[in-house]
Design a protein around this ligand. Structure first.
Ligand code: ZN
Length: 215
């Protein structure tokens, strides 16, 4: 089963990708991780590091090249998940070409729908222990620390991430809808879209995905 996962910030995409990987063995392929992990000694690595050192955006062609290299590895034969890629239409065109070239097929594009208020709450409530890096959430029903503001394991005072504020969140959320809506429409038009209500907890979201995707 080969999947594309599309979701706004704080929809639970990472958790879902991990749950699918654990149970079904699909390999998660994230453009962000590939960019961070690129070997700086390779030709493509040099190009990417050069762009990054000038604080320029890595263009879609280079990102797609990394995805293509990853999709060429043998371990994806039992299924893959493209995590947050393609994000916008130019990437859809590139990945379609790549898939055709590699003789691969995407079964479904799974989109996680989450309300603004729910996603905002998840983001603003996010806390992390500076010592053991365990993460918590003080504004949702799950993942609360036993004592408010303190790590269960080491009693350290929990901290927020600097970029977890409403302004940054709103920017990311709005950008997602602007650029991803045509992508979602595209997969709908070719009959591959599966919509999941991601306002629910991770277990319910995973159960729904199993029902609709892995039935
Ligand atoms: Zn801790």
């Amino acid at each position: 089963m080969n999947l594309i996962l599309i979701a706004p910030p704080a929809a639970g995409k990472g958790t879902l990708a991990n749950d699918i990987h654990e149970k079904y063995g699909n390999i998660c392929i994230s453009a962000g991780e590939l960019l961070r992990g690129v070997d700086p000694e390779t030709e493509i690595g040099k190009m990417i590091r050069d762009l990054q050192s000038r604080r320029e955006l890595v263009n879609d062609e280079l990102v797609n090249k990394l995805i293509e290299e990853r999709l060429s590895c043998d371990d994806i034969k039992n299924g893959f998940i493209l995590d947050g890629y393609p994000r916008h239409m130019p990437q859809v065109d590139l990945i379609e070409e790549t898939l055709e070239k590699l003789n691969l097929n995407v079964d479904y594009a799974v989109v996680l729908n989450v309300d603004y208020e729910v996603a905002l709450k998840r983001t603003l409530g996010r806390k992390i222990c500076p010592k053991c890096k365990k993460s918590y959430n003080e504004l949702t029903d799950v993942n609360n620390p036993k004592v408010s503001g303190l790590c269960d394991d080491c009693n350290e005072v929990l901290v927020s991430r600097n970029d977890d504020n409403e302004e940054t969140f709103k920017k990311g959320f709005d950008l997602y809808y602007e650029i991803s809506t045509p992508v979602i429409e595209y997969y709908k038009s070719i009959g591959k879209l599966i919509e999941i209500d991601a306002n629910r907890n991770a277990e319910d979201v995973f159960a729904d995905v199993e029902l609709k995707v892995f039935k």
